[in-house]
Write a protein that binds this ligand. Structure first.
Ligand code: ATP
Ligand code: MG
Length: 139
C-alpha cells in the first residue's frame, strides 16, 4: 500500500463536484485516510507551488488556488501515485482521456478540478504540507 496527496481545487468545490469525485476515488479503490476543507493563503499557495515559480502561469495559478476553499485528501491504495495520475487524466482537459476526472469535471488547463502528487517523494512532502503526523496514522 502507498499514499498520495490529492487536492480538490477551488473550481471543483465551487461547482459542487466534491461528492462525485470522492465517490469516483473510492470506486477506484482509494481509502480516504485524511481530509479537510480549507482556504489557502497566498503565502501557502506560493509555497505549495514553489517548483513552478519561474513558469509564466505561476501568479495566475496562485490566484486561482486561493480563490475559494479547497479539499486536500490523503489517499491510500496500491501504486497510489501513478494510479491517481491515471484517474485524473492529462493536465489539459482537452487532452484528457474519456472517463478521467479532468475530462469529466475540468473546465480548462488551469481550472482542472484536482491535483495529484507526481512522485512518491513529492507525495510524502505534500502529505506533510497539509496533514499532521497524527492525522496520517491510519485508523
Ligand atoms: P497538478 O500538479 O495540479 O496535479 P499537473 O501535475 O497535471 O497538475 P503541473 O504541470 O504540475 O500539472 O501544473 C500545476 C498546475 O498548474 C496545473 O494543474 C494547472 O492548474 C496549472 N497549469 C499548468 N500548466 C498551465 C498552463 N499552461 N496555463 C495555466 N495553468 C497551468
Ligand atoms: Mg504537478
Amino acid at each position: 500500500m502507498s499514499r498520495t496527496l490529492a487536492i480538490l481545487k477551488p473550481d471543483c468545490v465551487r461547482d459542487g463536484n466534491t461528492g462525485k469525485i470522492l465517490a469516483h476515488l473510492e470506486r477506484e479503490g482509494f481509502e480516504i485516510v485524511a481530509l479537510r476543507k480549507m482556504r489557502l493563503s497566498t503565502d501557502q499557495a506560493k509555497a505549495f507551488y514553489e517548483v513552478h515559480r519561474e513558469r509564466p502561469f505561476y501568479d495566475s495559478l496562485v490566484e486561482f488556488m486561493t480563490g475559494g476553499p479547497i479539499i486536500p485528501l490523503a489517499l491510500e491504495r496500491e501504486d497510489a501515485v501513478p494510479h491517481l495520475r491515471r484517474v485524473m487524466g492529462a493536465t489539459n482537459p482537452e487532452e484528457a482521456e474519456g472517463g478521467t476526472l479532468r475530462k469529466l469535471y475540468a473546465a480548462s488547463i488551469e481550472s482542472n478540478a484536482i491535483h495529484g502528487s507526481d512522485s512518491p517523494d513529492n507525495a510524502r512532502d505534500e502529505l506533510r504540507f497539509f496533514f499532521s503526523r497524527a492525522e496520517l496514522i491510519a485508523s
